[in-house]
Design a protein around this ligand. Sequence first.
Ligand SMILES: CC(C)(COP(=O)(O)OP(=O)(O)OC[C@H]1O[C@@H](n2cnc3c(N)ncnc32)[C@H](O)[C@@H]1OP(=O)(O)O)[C@@H](O)C(=O)NCCC(=O)NCCS
Length: 192
Amino acid sequence: MPEAAYHEVADHKALDNSLIRPSRAADMAAITAIYRHHVLYGSASFETEPPDEAEMTRRRADLLARDMPHLVLELDGVVLGYAYAGPYRPRPAYGDTVEDSIYLAPDAAGRGFGRRLLEALIAECTARGRRQMVAVVGDSANLASLRVHERAGFRVVGTMTSVGFKHGRWLDIVLMQRTLGPGDTTLPDARP
Ligand SMILES: CC(C)(COP(=O)(O)OP(=O)(O)OC[C@H]1O[C@@H](n2cnc3c(N)ncnc32)[C@H](O)[C@@H]1OP(=O)(O)O)[C@@H](O)C(=O)NCCC(=O)NCCS
């Protein structure tokens, strides 16, 4: 399957030699391992069985086929995190709204990488003509995720209480949202 065309905004090189770039097939083992940790031990994802590399590869291909960005952050050649946008909901009228996801290797948290991945994802989705980005933050106690989204211009639009149960406790989801580009001030772009 052809890889989606990426915009130059995806190549962010930082002072610390870390780089945000489009993911490649060869990144999938690292991405699968990062997500596995969060499925098994975290509450951001409401999945409970870690998907294997084949399933993660299938999910990425599905996103690329929908012209969604799928990015990694690497430092000295090691993938420390990834982020992607996906459809917020599948029905066609939601087509200009995307939902973001960001996952870092546990020892990579708290160093600004999440914020940079989210900013790159916002730039990619804006360049592709999307108009709204939604974050479904799993667990209202996930202060890092709430803060990273707030810093990137998201506002809280609602909390659904105790809609999940994982690791022996009830979990809320916090819905956050930000406008991309012209938002609703113009009609949607035509999609390929
Ligand atoms: C959520 C996540 C992506 C954030 O990325 P990060 O690199 O750790 O966050 P950053 O270092 O970029 O910090 C961004 C902001 O959040 C704040 N922050 C980070 N961790 C925090 C924590 N544990 N508690 C409170 N604030 C925190 C930072 O201080 C910073 O705010 P500031 O700019 O006002 O100083 C990352 O921690 C992660 O992968 N968590 C597990 C998976 C997850 O929750 N993903 C989100 C799914 S929606």
